[in-house]
Ligand binder design. Structure first.
Ligand SMILES: *Cc1c(COP(=O)(O)O)cnc(C)c1O
Length: 225
C-alpha cells in the first residue's frame, strides 16, 4: 500500500529530478508540468495525491476517468484532467465535458467530432496532436508525414486550438530520438507544448524539451495491487 508519505516522497523526488534535468538543458523547471497518470490506481491513492497538492492528472480511458473524477470535479475546482489515451468518436461528448485537454487528436474524423462537440457545449479545449513517431502499426497517432495535413485541417477547417504534440515511443527503442523528432516537428509548426516522457524516461524527455511529462507508476506506485 502506498502511504501518504510514499506518494508525497515520490512527488517530491519527481519534481527534484525534473528540476535537475531542466537545469541540465538550460531550461526553466517551471516550464515543465507533472501530469500524474491515475489510470487503474485505487481511490485511496487518488485522495492521497490530492492531499499532497497535485492537481494535474492524466487518464487514458473516458469511462474510467468519469467514474474516478466526475464527483471530484465538483469538489475540487482547480483540478486539471488530460486525456492521454485514444478517443473514439462515440465518447467525444463525455470527453469534452470532463477533460481540460485532449492530448490524442490523431485523425480528421475525430477533429471534426471534437470541434462540433466543443461548439455545442461552448467549451473550447486546448488539444494536442498525437504523433506515432515510431510509425508502429498498432499504435494510434498520426504519422510524422501526415502531421502537416492534420494540423492544417484542425486549425483551418475545424478551428481547434492545437497547443502541442504528444508521443509514446516504441517500447524497444531508445526514446531520445523520438523525443527529439517530436520537438523538431513542434518547432517547425510553432507549437509550444510537448507531452512526452513517462516513469522510465521523463528526464530524457525534459532534457529534450517536454513541457508535460506523464508519470504513473513512479508517482503512485505499481498499478498491479
Ligand atoms: C499509462 C500511461 C503513462 C504512464 O506510464 P508510467 O510508465 O506508469 O509512468 C503515460 N502515458 C500514457 C499515454 C499512458 O497510457
Amino acid at each position: 500500500m502506498q502511504t501518504m508519505t510514499q506518494i508525497a516522497d515520490n512527488k517530491a523526488a519527481l519534481e527534484k529530478k525534473i528540476e535537475v534535468a531542466a537545469h541540465e538543458a538550460g531550461r526553466d523547471p517551471e516550464s515543465v508540468r507533472l501530469v500524474a497518470v491515475s489510470k487503474v490506481q485505487p481511490d485511496e491513492r487518488i485522495e492521497t495525491a490530492l492531499a499532497t497538492g497535485q492537481r494535474l492528472f492524466g487518464e487514458n480511458r473516458v469511462q474510467e476517468a468519469l467514474e474516478r473524477w466526475s464527483v471530484r470535479r465538483e469538489t475540487c475546482p482547480d483540478l486539471r484532467l488530460h486525456l492521454i489515451g485514444p478517443l473514439q468518436t462515440n465518447k467525444v461528448k463525455e470527453a469534452v465535458a470532463l477533460f481540460d485537454c485532449i492530448e490524442t487528436v490523431d485523425r480528421p474524423k475525430l477533429a471534426a467530432a471534437l470541434a462540433q462537440e466543443m461548439e455545442r457545449q461552448g467549451r473550447g479545449l486546448p488539444c494536442f496532436i498525437q504523433v506515432n513517431t515510431g510509425e508502429e502499426e498498432q499504435k494510434s497517432g498520426v504519422t510524422p508525414a501526415g502531421l502537416p495535413d492534420l494540423l492544417r485541417a484542425c486549425r483551418e477547417e475545424y478551428g481547434i486550438d492545437i497547443r502541442g504534440l504528444m508521443c509514446i515511443p516504441p517500447q524497444d527503442e531508445p526514446p531520445a530520438m523520438h523525443f527529439a523528432l517530436l520537438a523538431k516537428l513542434a518547432a517547425r509548426h510553432d507549437l509550444p507544448d510537448l507531452s512526452m516522457g513517462m516513469s522510465h524516461d521523463f528526464e530524457t524527455a525534459v532534457r529534450l524539451g517536454a513541457t508535460f511529462v506523464r508519470v504513473g507508476t513512479a508517482f503512485f506506485g505499481s498499478r498491479v495491487s
